[in-house]
Design a protein around this ligand. Structure first.
Ligand code: NAD
Length: 350
């Protein structure tokens, strides 16, 4: 791990959207997804030492703005993220984000970065990491329902990390499916555009739901789900915003990131507060069982947890060293005499 000592003059490395995209191309998107999954898995193995709290959410009628903090005692990270399903109709993103990593020892920030692209990458890396533990052996076909901003990242991560060969796309908006199919062209996946959700699930061992709608939607009904599949439910991540019929939840073994947050935001908000769920970090450390039979339906009730963003922030911090893919921001007032903040301002008199 690189040291978290702030750079000279307390300049803070800043990764803009443009530089994040350059970093993705420099590393290679599939390599980056795989490396992010490694960082996330490593942090899931150290789960117990992190500060954990459900994210702090500010809801409005049209969306949510959230802060997601955590610390491993050495570094502290947070992400600012929004979720506004109506935004795409106005030419805006549903989800945007930025985040910060700081040194616990000094409290000084050591990285400020865009996290809209990084969130798509870390969400996809987490989905694929979890599918590697829970999806049926040899799973090579995925239904991808909801073909918006996250969808190509989800598909590529499943290819890079789980060996996915075929992705079957469906979206209520055919333009979104066309866009995803176009973007995935030549990327080594067999891409099939489907006319409805049922068709997208033909032959799929993994079913990803990644839609955006501020309501309790029913993207998957009970009769659509056969035995033995792995469901990767991404889009239900807010109170009153779910994607699955509750009957599916009763037939599934449910795996979550942080139960205290998922019970508020995930599919399981539809269930009793004591409905059993398994924490993913325990599956990864071997303390709990993952898939135990071929017939079992496994469900990753994904909402996105702060530790995944922390892992992603640490990854970017470690990967930008020696590259030109960051700027140095004059974000912190840092007078030579720490008590002479006023003097510093005074000396700057024009
Ligand atoms: P987006 O708005 O870009 O895409 C959503 C897509 O869903 C759109 O193309 C829309 O047409 C489609 N859709 C809506 N209703 C549908 C339906 N009934 N059937 C099929 N398609 C439907 O959003 P995005 O950035 O791709 O995010 C998708 C969802 O994932 C959002 O709800 C977001 O909050 C959530 N998300 C979760 C995590 C996590 O960690 N779990 C991370 C990022 C985003």
């Amino acid at each position: 791990m690189t040291t978290l000592t702030p750079s000279d003059k307390a300049l803070v490395p800043f990764v803009s959207v443009e530089n994040m995209m350059k970093l993705v191309h420099h590393i290679g998107i599939e390599t980056m997804l795989s490396e992010l999954a490694e960082y996330i898995e490593k942090d899931f193995h150290r789960w117990e030492l992190f500060d954990k709290t459900p994210r702090v959410a500010s809801h409005s009628e049209v969306g949510v703005i959230e802060l997601m903090p955590t610390s491993d005692g050495e570094a502290y990270g947070f992400k600012y993220v929004n979720g506004h399903p109506k935004n795409t109709r106005e030419g805006l993103q549903t989800v945007t984000a930025f985040g910060l990593l700081a040194d616990v020892n000094t409290g000084y920030p050591v990285l400020l970065t865009e996290m809209t692209v990084l969130t798509a990458l870390r969400t996809a890396a987490t989905s694929a990491l979890v599918a590697r533990y829970l999806a049926p052996k040899g799973a090579d076909t995925m239904a991808m329902i909801g073909n918006g901003a996250q969808s190509e990242f989800q598909s590529l991560a499943m290819k890079a990390i789980c060996g996915l060969k075929t992705v079957r796309l469906y979206d209520i908006d055919p333009a979104a499916t066309d866009k995803a199919a176009r973007n995935l062209e030549g990327m080594g996946l067999n891409v099939v555009k489907c006319a409805n959700a049922e068709a997208s699930m033909e032959g799929a061992q993994i079913i990803t739901t990644c839609t955006a709608d501020k309501q309790c939607a029913t993207i998957l009904t009970d009769n659509m789900i056969g035995s033995g599949v792995h469901i990767n439910a991404i889009g239900g991540d807010c109170p009153g915003k779910t994607e699955l019929a509750s009957a599916i939840l009763h037939r599934s073994d449910i795996f979550v990131e942080y139960p205290e947050q998922t019970r508020i935001e995930g599919e399981i908000q539809q269930l009793d507060a004591d409905h059993p769920v398994t924490e993913l970090w325990q599956v990864m450390t071997g303390a709990a069982k993952g898939r135990t039979s071929e017939a079992q339906i496994t469900l990753f009730d994904s909402v996105g947890f702060a530790i995944e963003d922390f892992s992603a922030l640490c990854y970017v911090r470690d990967r930008i060293g020696g590259t030109a893919y960051f700027e140095e921001l004059d974000l912190l007032a840092d007078p030579d005499d720490p008590r002479d903040l006023f003097g510093m301002v005074r000396r700057a008199t024009p």
